[in-house]
Ligand binder design. Structure first.
Ligand SMILES: [Zn+2]
Length: 378
C-alpha cells in the first residue's frame, strides 16, 4: 500500500511524511478511524514508507519498487508482523491454536480485496462467521516473542495490531511493558475503530493519529476511479454512505443486483401484499450472496432514514439525487411516528439474522409480510 493508492487526505499524508523525514517516529501509535475510513490503509502506507529503501529528502511516497516495498506490497515482509482478532474455524478447532500467525493467508487476502472491511467481513474471510472474534491471551506472548527477535532486513520492525479494542485483558497487560519501551527501531501501529473500547492502559501508552471519514467528494472520486462506477451512480452511492467506503461498496453491489426499481417494486408488493410475487422475490433474494443481501437491507434502512429527513426538513434535508428523491417523496407518505422505529427494527433484525446464517428465503419472506403490515399502521 502506498499513500498514492489512497484518495484524498493530503494534509495528513504530508504531515506523516514530514515527521518520518525528521525522524519523528513515535514507537506506539493509535490509528483511530471509524469503519470505512482509511485508517488501516494509511497505517500500511506509513509502514511501507518508513521502510522504503529509496526514501530520501525529496520522497513524497514509498518508491513501490525496492525490495522492501515489493514485500510490503504483498504483506510478506519478515519484519512486518500482524495481530488481529481470530476465532476457531473448521480447520483450526483449538482456541489456543487460533492465533494470527495461523491465518496469515486469509489476512493477506482480506488486505488485498477488502482493506476497508469491518469485523464481520473479516470473520467471513476467516470462515468464522457466527463466532466472536477476539485477540486471545496467547497473542501477548507471541507479540513479545516476535519483537525480541533481531530484525531480518528492515530498518524498522513493525507490529500492526488491527482492532486492539478486541484484545483480551491479559494479552493487553502482557504487552504494556514492551509497548512502553519497545526494542530499538520497533514501531507499534494499533488500528482502532472505537476509542472508548480501547483499554485505558493501552491508550495512555500510544500517540493518537486521528483519521477522519471520507468526504462525499473523496468517496465519489474513489468509486469512480478505483471501482469504475459511472458518475451519477457514484454520486448517489457516496451521498448515502456517509463517508463509509465499506458501506458504499456494499450498497453499490446490492444496487447492481436489485436496482432502485427493484427495491421500489418490492415495497409495492409488500404493501399490497402480493403473496405469490413475494415468494418469487424471496427466491431471488435467497439466490444472492450474503453481502448483497445485507446491502439490500442496509439500503432499506437508508431509505427509512431519508424518508424521516424528508418529512421533517423537506427536500433540503435529504442526501438524495432527483430519481431517489421521487421515490422517497411517495414512500414518506406511509412512514409515520408509529411505524418508523418498528420498520427500522425489522430491517435491523433481518440484517442480524442474515449475518448469523438464518435461512435467507424465510427471513426475507417474513420481513416482507412485516413490512406490509407496518406500512399500513396509521
Ligand atoms: Zn521502496
Amino acid at each position: 500500500m502506498r499513500f498514492n493508492d489512497i484518495t484524498g487526505f493530503d494534509q495528513l499524508k504530508q504531515s506523516l511524511i514530514a515527521a518520518v523525514k525528521v525522524g519523528q517516529i513515535p514507537h506506539a501509535q493509535l490509528w483511530l478511524g471509524r469503519e470505512g475510513s482509511p485508517n488501516l490503509t494509511l497505517a500500511l502506507a506509513y509502514a511501507t514508507f518508513l521502510n522504503c529503501e529509496n526514501r530520501n529528502e525529496n520522497s513524497a511516497d514509498s518508491c513501490g519498487i525496492c525490495a522492501s516495498c515489493y514485500k510490503y506490497d504483498r504483506y510478506i515482509h519478515p519484519d512486518l508482523h500482524f495481530v488481529f482478532p481470530t476465532a476457531t474455524t473448521k480447520q483450526i478447532t483449538k482456541r489456543e491454536e487460533a492465533v494470527s500467525s495461523a491465518f496469515l493467508k486469509e489476512w493477506r487476502e482480506f488486505l488485498k480485496h477488502k482493506p476497508y472491511g469491518n469485523l464481520a467481513d473479516w470473520a467471513g474471510e476467516l470462515g468464522a462467521e457466527n463466532k466472536q472474534c477476539i485477540i486471545p491471551v496467547q497473542e501477548g506472548r507471541n507479540i513479545i516473542k516476535n519483537l525480541s527477535l533481531k530484525s531480518f532486513e528492515a530498518t524498522y520492525k513493525v507490529m500492526l495490531i488491527w482492532l486492539p479494542e478486541l484484545m483480551n485483558v491479559s494479552a493487553a497487560n502482557a504487552i504494556l511493558k514492551i509497548l512502553e519501551e519497545p526494542p530499538e527501531k520497533t514501531v507499534f501501529l494499533l488500528v482502532a475503530q472505537q476509542i472508548e473500547q480501547v483499554l485505558p492502559t493501552i491508550l495512555s501508552r500510544t500517540q493518537l493519529v486521528s483519521v477522519r471519514p471520507y468526504t462525499d467528494a473523496e468517496l465519489i472520486a474513489v468509486l469512480e476511479r478505483k471501482y469504475g462506477m459511472p458518475t451519477e451512480k457514484a454520486r448517489q452511492t457516496a451521498l448515502l454512505a456517509n463517508g463509509n467506503l465499506n458501506q458504499a461498496l456494499r450498497m453499490a453491489e446490492a444496487a447492481d443486483q436489485t436496482g432502485q426499481n427493484a427495491f421500489r417494486n418490492w415495497m409495492r408488493l409488500c404493501f399490497k401484499p402480493d403473496v405469490a410475487a413475494l415468494i418469487k422475490e424471496a427466491d431471488r433474494f435467497a439466490g444472492l450472496d450474503k453481502e448483497t443481501q445485507k446491502g439490500i437491507l442496509q439500503y432499506g434502512l437508508t431509505i427509512l432514514r431519508e424518508s424521516l429527513a424528508f418529512q421533517h426538513l423537506g427536500e433540503a434535508g435529504t442526501r438524495l439525487t432527483a430519481d431517489a428523491l421521487e421515490f422517497v417523496r411517495n414512500f414518506s407518505k406511509v412512514i409515520n411516528e408509529r411505524n418508523l422505529a418498528l420498520l427500522s427494527d425489522v430491517f435491523n433484525r433481518t440484517y442480524y439474522e442474515i449475518e448469523r446464517n438464518a435461512n435467507p428465503r424465510m427471513a426475507f419472506l417474513s420481513l416482507s409480510f412485516r413490512i406490509g403490515n407496518l406500512l399500513k399502521l396509521k
